[in-house]
Design a protein around this ligand. Sequence first.
Ligand code: ZN
Length: 113
Amino acid sequence: MHELRIAEDLSAIVLDTALRNNLSKVTKVNISFGQLIQIVPAIFEFAFRETVRNSVAGSAELDIEIVPVKMKCMNCGSDFQVNENLFACNICSSTDLGIIQGKELFIKSIEGE
Ligand SMILES: [Zn+2]
């Protein structure tokens, strides 16, 4: 259940940003998660709500984008999007792969007033 720890980290950033920008209310938080982070959005949202309760972000809407995994084959050099959990090159079947995208974990933007 790493959602709780991530929710605590991200809510701290949201509250800090709200404070520095003199926001009296955070209305929306846009978040990107790489697929490899394996977040369950519903659990994350629940944990986030708990951590921002009674704060300026208490009623903020959450918009969670899941970024698909992209890998590069170290053998033939092709890059491709990973579907399912099949971690092998779809051209040469090599499993010598590097991750290009999919480990993201960040707040894209915060809206407020
Ligand atoms: Zn390959």
